[in-house]
Design a protein around this ligand. Structure first.
Ligand SMILES: Nc1nc2c(c(=O)[nH]1)N(C=O)[C@@H](CNc1ccc(C(=O)N[C@@H](CCC(=O)O)C(=O)O)cc1)CN2
Ligand SMILES: Nc1ncnc2c1ncn2[C@@H]1O[C@H](COP(=O)(O)OP(=O)(O)OP(=O)(O)O)[C@@H](O)[C@H]1O
Length: 189
């Protein structure tokens, strides 16, 4: 299937989730997240969720990391829609967040860090395939951002749904994820 077809199907699958199912899936996703090895991770890049679009609730993950891995620095993306680029802001006392026009909470002030510091990126996605390719909202924000990171950056997807067999229109900029966390297991590529 193509990315455009998958965006439609998986947006609808998300909309069909009841509030109760969504809450349960997020708790299960957190339980799977806790099994990941963070020993080589000093900086982790985490998207802030669009709850209305039923994205994985990364606030649960953020709270877990702050409580259990206080030595890991959390960084959050700020989008520049003009160039489909992103900058990363550290979660420290200077950080200020606000909601943008697309309903994404993001940094508006704080300390930017260079992408080559980042050891792990948690990736939002609408769908992914068994090879670890992902489909996002289609603007290439993450493809562009990953291109600025170290080549050994760990790419970890978060998905409330199972992988599909094959995304047909993968392009030269797409990078395979190393693993994808789902509510019932971790998919290792
Ligand atoms: N929580 C979260 N943050 C993220 C992403 C994400 O998937 N989730 N992104 C992952 O890449 C980037 C944002 N990508 C986005 C791409 C499109 C739209 C959007 O609402 N598009 C409109 C059409 C906009 C237009 O063309 O003018 C739409 O789809 O209705 C929003 C965010 C960076 N931050
Ligand atoms: N490093 C890059 N430089 C220039 N263009 C890029 C780069 N990475 C991606 N693109 C372009 O951005 C667009 C991304 O489309 P694609 O359908 O792959 O988005 P996506 O992966 O679903 O979105 P996102 O990464 O925002 O979640 C494509 O047109 C692609 O050619």
């Amino acid at each position: 299937m193509t990315k455009a077809e998958l965006r439609k199907i998986y947006s609808n699958k998300r909309k069909a989730l009841s509030a109760e199912d969504y809450a349960i899936l997020n708790q299960q996703l957190l339980a799977q997240f806790k099994t990941v090895d963070f020993s080589c991770v000093k900086y982790i890049h985490i998207f802030l969720p669009i709850i209305s679009r039923r994205e994985p609730d990364t606030y649960l993950i953020i709270n877990y990391l702050k409580a259990n891995h206080p030595n890991i620095t959390l960084v959050y993306p700020q989008c520049n829609f003009a160039g489909c680029s992103m900058e990363s802001f550290v979660d420290d006392t200077d950080l200020q967040l606000a909601e943008n026009q697309f309903g994404i909470t993001e940094p508006v002030a704080g300390n930017i860090i260079n992408p080559d510091n980042i050891d792990m990126i948690l990736l939002p996605l609408l769908a992914f395939d068994k090879r670890g390719y992902r489909v996002g909202y289609g603007k290439g924000f993450y493809d562009r951002f990953i291109a600025r990171c170290r080549t050994d950056v760990q790419l970890v997807g978060l998905s409330l749904f199972e992988p599909m067999e094959h995304i047909d229109d993968v392009n030269e900029y797409d990078r395979q994820m190393h693993r994808c966390i789902m509510p019932d297991r971790v998919w290792d590529v």
